[in-house]
Structure formats: structure tokens, C-alpha cells
Design a protein around this ligand. Structure first.
Ligand SMILES: Nc1ncnc2c1ncn2[C@@H]1O[C@H](COP(=O)(O)OP(=O)(O)OP(=O)(O)O)[C@@H](O)[C@H]1O
Length: 238
């Protein structure tokens, strides 16, 4: 386990209830890396992400994420870990009963921001970053899928997290909109954030190649550690 890594797993078994999903996962991701996580439906991509954000308990092995030792993490420390993580899901999960501004201010207030001016400034900064400043007053249902996903990215970066964990972020989007989102991810990555993207999306893997972790047959393998080319077509088929 490397101390320079922002995500470091050593011999971790990942379970869903009593079913072993991924066995003896060892993994090091350095700060500022951009990494894909691929594998067939049900191969364990989401489960791995859920270990990283402490939704799933760790029973054996060692894991450190953003400086937190997951083996020793107390329930009361989970919110502090999650503040270091920006989470992005395929099914946007915006609050449907309030507009974009209020979706963002809700998160800031829930995470301890108290000064109105600071809240407004931060909302403006993140909306600028995702190119959505003109949509602050829109309700989620008044936005396209791609626009909603941009707001989800804005929400994920509100508290300036070290790591972005994205689970199928382009799953519901057309190729052009996926491209736009990938460009935003790349910009955020260039500003120093570590990004892990679980995906089935061929198009983005081809257009934006990168280090790729593969879930298959209860194991995690790493394209950067193997001599042979990974056969993406086989792994990505539904
Ligand atoms: N809450 C749960 N309870 C029990 N089993 C679960 C739960 N969530 C997932 N599983 C099982 O764990 C295995 C891995 O699921 P996971 O969601 O991690 O896969 P995935 O690679 O992300 O799949 P997909 O591409 O469909 O999102 C599957 O067999 C799934 O049925």
C-alpha cells in the first residue's frame, strides 16, 4: 500500500451481503490520475465505488481513501470522508422539488456553509465551470439529461473534493453530450482532481483513452500493469 496514493487498496474482498463480488483487490491511484473502471453488467464496478465511499463495509484487507483508513473508519467519520469525494451517478439524483440554485445551496448549507455571500459566490463559480450559469432558476425537469448531468457535476465539486467518483455518468446520454461531459471531467482533472469513472461507454473510452481497471470473474485487473491489450469489445458488451 503506497502512502503517496490518494486511493490505495491492498487485498480487499468486496461483498454484497454474503456474496463475494471482487476478491483480493489491490490498487493504487495517485493524486491527479484519471482512471476508468469497466466490466460487464453485475461485475462489481458499483460495488467497488461503494467501498471507496464507505457505503459498503470493509471486512478484510487494507484501504485508504483521501487519507482515511477505511478499516478504522468510525460511522461518525464517514461525512468527513464523503466531503473529500464528489459523487456522480447515472440517474442524476437532483432534488426534483427545487430549482438548480436551491439544489446547490441545499448541499452547501448541509455541509456547514453559513454565509450567504460565500454560498452565492461558490454556486456561481461551479456553474461557470460547467457552463450552466444561465440555468440557475430552472427546475431539474426543465433541463435536458446532459444539462442535468452538468448540474450534478457542479454539485459534486461544490466542496472542492480531492476525488471524483462517477458511476456510469454518461449512461443515459447521446455521444455528443457524453463528449461535452468528458471535456468537463478532463478540465477538472487538469486542475488536479483525481477522477475514477465506471463506464460501459465505448465511445468515451475510444475518444479519451486512459488507465483502465477491469472487473471480470471476481477479480480486478489493471490495463497499465498488463502486457497484453485489453479486449474492450468483449468486456463492454451487454
Ligand atoms: N444491494 C445489493 N444487495 C445484494 N446484491 C447486490 C446489491 N447490489 C449489487 N448486488 C450484486 O452484486 C453484484 C455486483 O453488482 P454491481 O452493481 O457492483 O455491478 P456493476 O458492475 O456496477 O453492474 P452494472 O454495470 O449493472 O452497474 C451483482 O451480482 C449484483 O446483483
Amino acid at each position: 500500500m503506497s502512502s503517496e496514493s490518494i486511493i490505495s487498496l491492498q487485498d480487499v474482498d468486496i461483498f454484497q451481503q454474503d456474496q463475494l463480488i471482487l476478491s483480493r483487490v489491490s490498487l493504487d491511484i495517485k493524486p491527479g490520475e484519471f482512471v476508468y473502471l469497466i466490466g460487464k453488467v453485475g461485475s462489481g464496478k458499483s460495488s467497488l465505488i461503494k467501498v471507496l465511499n464507505a457505503e459498503l463495509d470493509l471486512f478484510n484487507g487494507e484501504a485508504r481513501v483521501a487519507g482515511f483508513n477505511l478499516r478504522k473508519l468510525k460511522r461518525s467519520e464517514i461525512p468527513f470522508l464523503r466531503r473529500k469525494l464528489g459523487m456522480i451517478f447515472q440517474d442524476f439524483r437532483l432534488l426534483t422539488d427545487r430549482n438548480v440554485h436551491d439544489n446547490l445551496s441545499f448541499v452547501l448549507k448541509a455541509t456547514g456553509w453559513k454565509i450567504d455571500k460565500a454560498i452565492e459566490n461558490r454556486i456561481n463559480e461551479v456553474m461557470e465551470r460547467v457552463g450552466m450559469k444561465s440555468k440557475l432558476k430552472r427546475m431539474p425537469h426543465e433541463l435536458s439529461g446532459g444539462e442535468q448531468q452538468r448540474i450534478v457535476i457542479a454539485r459534486a465539486i461544490l466542496n472542492d473534493p480531492d476525488i471524483i467518483l462517477a458511476d456510469e455518468p454518461t449512461g443515459n446520454l447521446d455521444p455528443e453530450t457524453s463528449d461535452e461531459l468528458m471535456r468537463i471531467f478532463k478540465e477538472i482533472n487538469q486542475q488536479g482532481k483525481t477522477i475514477l469513472v465506471a463506464t460501459h461507454d465505448y465511445h468515451i473510452l475510444n475518444r479519451y483513452p486512459g488507465r483502465t481497471l477491469v472487473c471480470a470473474e471476481n477479480k480486478l485487473s489493471d490495463s497499465s500493469q498488463t502486457e497484453t491489450e485489453v479486449d474492450f469489445s468483449d468486456l463492454l458488451e451487454e
